[in-house]
Design a protein around this ligand. Structure first.
Ligand code: G
Ligand code: MN
Length: 254
């Protein structure tokens, strides 16, 4: 029997990983303004696996960075080929990537190869990845900004949420974690409503756009819209196909 690590290596060799694109909508009119590229493993027996199912093993066996770079490249190519509109795309960058001093240079070269304008790319980093070495990450994000590549703070509110990061980092987007969005269902007087309102006010003051993550109900959508949240993503938006395997224009031809 194959171990999961063995399966993962085989899957990599067989090309079973691919990026899916979750639309990011403007809550005001529901227009798709961007996408988050999310890795999926098309497992021959177990179906489509999400990162939670295999990321830890991919990290432990040292394959994750290779897989990630391949996903970044595929995602950029697909966005360029399929969506001529001015949508942006976010990619998830881990602490491992940010440890390499040449991360930004490598990303810039990837964009040159794929022909995707840098202004259409946004790298998502988590608060956890910042903690690793805040100064180094800030320097990397500054160099990316100089190259017109944007940065987003992912899962905001779940980590240490140091306010000092918010104004010292060159952020284009703040992503409110889905835990707060989930709580909104419980009505107007929850602490989650207060937190979301405070984050929106803070972001507005700092001129950072906000994306709410994990919108699963119309109620959540409406509540966020009423609070003035700019953008959102989640299983509710874009029904019936919330996470599109390909961009709206259909699959990539061979
Ligand atoms: O940490 P990050 O926000 O990048 O995580 C993205 C993950 O969240 C993806 O694996 C994606 O499939 C999942 N996801 C996207 N939208 C929703 C949603 O509406 N609800 C839940 N529970 N998960 C979601
Ligand atoms: Mn993300």
């Amino acid at each position: 029997m194959l171990t999961l690590e063995g399966e993962l290596r085989a899957a990599w060799n067989l090309g079973q990983f691919e990026p899916w694109f979750q639309p990011i909508c403007r809550l005001g009119d529901g227009a798709v303004v961007g996408y988050e590229a999310l890795i999926r493993w098309n497992h021959p027996q177990r179906g489509v696996l999400v990162p939670g199912d295999f990321l830890k093993i991919a990290e432990d066996c040292g394959l994750i960075e290779t897989i990630d770079w391949c996903m970044f490249e595929l995602s950029c190519e697909r966005l360029r080929r399929h969506d001529l509109a001015d949508t942006f795309m976010t990619i998830n960058v881990s602490a491992l990537h940010l440890r390499h001093v040449d991360f930004d240079q490598r990303l810039i070269e990837l964009l040159e190869r794929t022909g995707l304008p840098p202004s259409r790319l946004v790298v998502e980093v988590t608060e956890g990845a910042l903690l690793d070495n805040p100064e180094r990450v800030r320097a990397t994000l500054e160099r990316l900004r100089a190259a017109v590549i944007g940065a987003a703070l992912d899962d905001f509110g779940t980590g240490y949420s140091s306010l000092s990061y918010l104004h010292s980092l060159p952020l284009r987007i703040l992503k409110i974690d889905r835990a707060f969005v989930l709580e909104l269902d419980k009505g107007a007087n929850t602490s989650s409503t207060t937190v979301v309102a405070a984050v929106l006010a803070l972001a507005r003051a700092l001129d950072i756009d906000v994306v709410a993550e994990g919108i699963e109900t119309e109620f959540q959508y409406a509540a966020l819209q009423a609070m003035g949240c700019d953008m959102g993503q989640g299983y509710w938006i874009g029904r019936p196909a919330p996470i599109t395997r390909w961009l709206a224009s259909g699959p990539v031809g061979a």
